[in-house]
Write a protein that binds this ligand. Sequence first.
Ligand code: FES
Length: 115
Amino acid sequence: MTEAARRYPPYDRHVFICMNERPADNPRGDCVRKGAPQVLERFKVLVETLKLKPAIRAQKCGCLDTCESGVSVVVYPEAVWYRNVTVADVDEIVDSHLVRGVPVERLKLHKAQAG
Ligand code: FES
């Protein structure tokens, strides 16, 4: 049994990064074409190098249905949704939100922007 599995809930913060991919001609686009693989990799590198495991987990997920605002990222348990995330934004999300518990306001997806 892993250390995370012995805890309940297993993570203090759980980050999901959309890794959905569609055909190139699909009008909705997708997060992979907007840089999701690089965003996911940067989250994973920081979680590892800052020794945030097992309290924090970052993982890929399927479409979060906020495709027009991708790369889409959501952090639980706060249910904070981030929009248009680039690899350049990841360090700030990790430092501010994941480590210090302060969501990054400038990147938050607000209800009127979802679509
Ligand atoms: S393709 Fe990423 S939210 Fe839909």
